[in-house]
Ligand binder design. Sequence first.
Ligand SMILES: CC(C)(COP(=O)(O)OP(=O)(O)OC[C@H]1O[C@@H](n2cnc3c(N)ncnc32)[C@H](O)[C@@H]1OP(=O)(O)O)[C@@H](O)C(=O)NCCC(=O)NCCS
Length: 285
Amino acid sequence: MKESKAVISTWGDFLHSKGDLEAIEIHRLDGMCWMPFLTAPPGALKTRMEVFPEGQLCIATEEGELCAIVTTNRIDWNGETGSLGTWHDVAGNEQTCRETYRSDGNTLCLLSLSVAPASRGRNLAKTLLRGVSLLAERLNLEFVIVPARPNMYSKSVIDAHRSGAPIPEFDQYALSRRADGSPLDPWLRTLTTCLGMEITQIVDNAMVVEIEEYQFMSSKQSDWALLHSPDGPAWWVNETGFIYQERDGRLVYREKNVWCVLRRSPVNRTNDLPYRSSTTEGRRL
Ligand SMILES: CC(C)(COP(=O)(O)OP(=O)(O)OC[C@H]1O[C@@H](n2cnc3c(N)ncnc32)[C@H](O)[C@@H]1OP(=O)(O)O)[C@@H](O)C(=O)NCCC(=O)NCCS
């Protein structure tokens, strides 16, 4: 990103300023940050914006270059960590939030945060997380939750594989702490230090995506590696999860997540909110 001022706004306000009614730029940035089999299906992000406009935030330069996006859903949750399910339970099977959004829900769930590769390491993720926290405050919600991907787990796996060391277990990695007591994984550390979240529980099969052979072949990169993981042979694909070959030959991407939870103290909850996407002014960083 060039050294120019950046502004946080809703996707709606950003796209309106660009005349991009189909949210093409949002999908483009999503596509830059995730493997093709993990990107949102065509139109899903636009629908999320229609369903919950205030919950979709982005950062762009003053010149209109999109640098980072975060997407959230508003749902109802009973506060019991044992009831937390998978990523698709929150986003819905179509990944649009249409089936799962509750306009009077008590919880904000962060679905994904993506920073363009050229803009990383400049605190944009932290800035968007603060935007999410502010949104929860404005909506006067009880909980902010994240099915977090400990995104350096994958690196610890490939490093172990290349050095001939045993492949680290996900659960052990995700719960590991540094000497100062903070999580070992940088993304989990960011969620706990920046938002004050608590790491609660690990969910198996949080993200499961079936991959057609042609998709596997066309996505395949030279650094992908076939490993003997604790769950059997698996392709390391530089994501949090792995691609497994099932007994029937199907290729399936499986990822574990760690639910992180922030319990807030809402004051006299009301649906009459002062925050509207169309009237929200971009906030200068
Ligand atoms: C992970 C990601 C969002 C970080 O964005 P960023 O703007 O570079 O992050 P920031 O500059 O705000 O730094 C936030 C923290 O993230 C950590 N971080 C930065 N780059 C990272 C990376 N590539 N992998 C893991 N953690 C990273 C750092 O520890 C940093 O905290 P610190 O400065 O206290 O050490 C970005 O690399 C990304 O979009 N990755 C692909 C999508 C993804 O994995 N999203 C997160 C899960 S939804």
